[in-house]
Write a protein of this length. Sequence first.
Length: 751
Amino acid sequence: MDRPGRLVCGFLLGLLGLGMMPGVVWAQDATLRVVVTSARDGGPLQGANVTLAIPGAEEPRQAGATTHDGYVALRDVSPGRYTITVSYLGFETHQDTLRLDSGTRVYNVSLSVATQQLTGLTVEGRSAEPARQVGLETIRSAELSRIPTPGPEGDLASYLQSLPGVVSTGDRGGQLYIQGGSPTQNRYLVDGLPVVKPFHISSFYSAFPQDLVQSVDLYAGGFGAKYGEALSSVLDVRLRPGNMKQFDGRVALGPHLASVRVEGPIDRGSESFLLSTRYSLVEQTAGPLWGDEAPIGFHDVTGRYSVQSDNYSCNITGVRTHDRGSLDASQTREHSWTNTVLGGRCLVYEEDFDRTFSIRGGYSGFENRVGSPGVPEQVAGRWRSYLLLNYDEVFLGQPIDFGARFTVGQYDATINEQFVGVDRFSRTQGMVRLHWSMDWNVNDYLDLSPSFVTRVTLDVEPSAEPRLRLTYQPDGTDQQELGLALGIYRQLDGGLRDLRDAGNVFTVWRPPLRDQPLPSAFHGILGYNQRFRGWFEASVEGYVKRLYNIPVTRWTPEVGLDTEPVLADGLVHGASAQLEAEEGPFYASIGYGWSAVTYEASTDDLGAWVDGQIFSYSPAHDRRHQLNLVSSYQWKGITASIRWQYGSGRPFTKVYGYNLSLNPTQRPTEAPGTAQTIYERPFGARLPSYHRLDFSFKRSFILTNRLALDVSAGAINLYDRRNIFYFDADTLQRVNQSPLFPYLSFSLRVD
């Protein structure tokens, strides 16, 4: 308890105990709380299957799967003698006999790895927990390496772009659109901490490399009430804890980036640290190696402290990212942005409490700039500090989660436009958000998850958002599943970007004006998933998102960003299908997505120069067709991976001409006039289609018992397709995405 980490965790636990002690209730039946960890590194195992059966009985009395904390609670168990079985694919099965009395008991299990030797590689399976549900894709760390990425390891950003329904406008800028939602309508979380823009200026990379990721939940829509303040989608990233048993690490070097990771125990078996940093090298290597300038750079630093005991688990996470560069090598305008995130969480499952509690608190800050290097013309950002309390309850035998979130934050922006002037604003906002969610197992075939969230602020009226997720399994197993998700969603703030300039990713965040309606959406998703013999999976999903009061920028002819938004309504509808096969060393998937995005706003408010009172248009991320083919194969220690992707053309706005406007009191010989761009119909044309082939080869060389060298070679855009990024409205020049990019990376790791 003398270490700073222990003091912080003790403080968090003290707050939790003081706030929750009056609610302690002793149950008549037994509650068994099972915590499952890996004997190899002490980390929690997500998706481990836990069953409780009467000795000699074939059918279990209770069953469940562990969460990302490695925890599951089996409630309302009649006191008596039981056989407990804990299994996880790739690990030795644990079985024991125990007696349960009324009250709560915590049972800790450490599973040993069951290894299988295959051509010199140690192969571990993954949990049989379903990876795909309606509106939800669960991503494991090992899956990130299937996508060719210019570096020694996989990255979440590259993987996400291989999914149907996820659209990237280019290989620079760090912008992802998920099932029709804009980047500012998505919510990105790392260990529950919000990160405004975790994707780097080189869109191959994010703040989440494979080395750090434990698992990821991508809710493309239909997410429950525990996820607030998102209009379209949620990306929930959980980092793994550092190794609690031994020290290890990695040093990697390639033409795109260099990275260092180190981790190990602080108190062996119970406390650990994890520290990782990466630095981009592409700005220095692009010219000499490939003959094309790439004036972009980034770095990130991630740290994590973890403690695991018999009664609680806590972690403290910090993330810092910095990006800068020009999206077009011929321009001098430079973008930059930073994320700063620091926070902690404690989960308490102690036997003295009849409920499970968690407490989370932290800080998240973001700032972005654009202008001449070192002299930004536009600066905008926001920061938030918050405290979140959660506890579970049982109602009619079903678990219910209650949560309260307290948030205070500030928004700032300074917009200095030539010929227009300076626009500044600063605003502080506080919020209280309450939610509850329920997992109701109706029978062996039907599960219902209703939830509800409400929020209160000083500036806007209280909101109410009911949501429902339904899962029906016709045969009573997870081999086939029909899912439905419905819900109402509201977002307390919005992001504004000048959509006339595709090469400008500068964003102004601001809450709605007083008495202005909140941006809101209705989600409806219907999906079906079928698994065949454990090696083949097929899924199909259809969705609709009705959007209201979406802030968009005006289409005024004056150059510059107008920070007073126009409110538009929108309709997103689409469908996706995915086939996935995995058998031994072979993996392949085919994913197709179709979608249509339409916005509508008052013609006068929007400033569009078209006939009619309402102007309807498809924004720049309206990619109608998208196809992804991914495959990997392991042979004699070599892993070969390929990815081919196709995307139909996205909308853009043509430029008709330019003008220098004078007001009636100005003389042309004395005043320079106001620069204006005269556009044709907004988003009235489409760019050419896009397609690209990437491939990689990876091989590990075992040097000593704990030391290994990983070599990765490959190429991005193998057949050197000239894919367009955007047309520059200022110069009327075409800006292309990356040409053929071969690479060779080396990684020295200690396991």
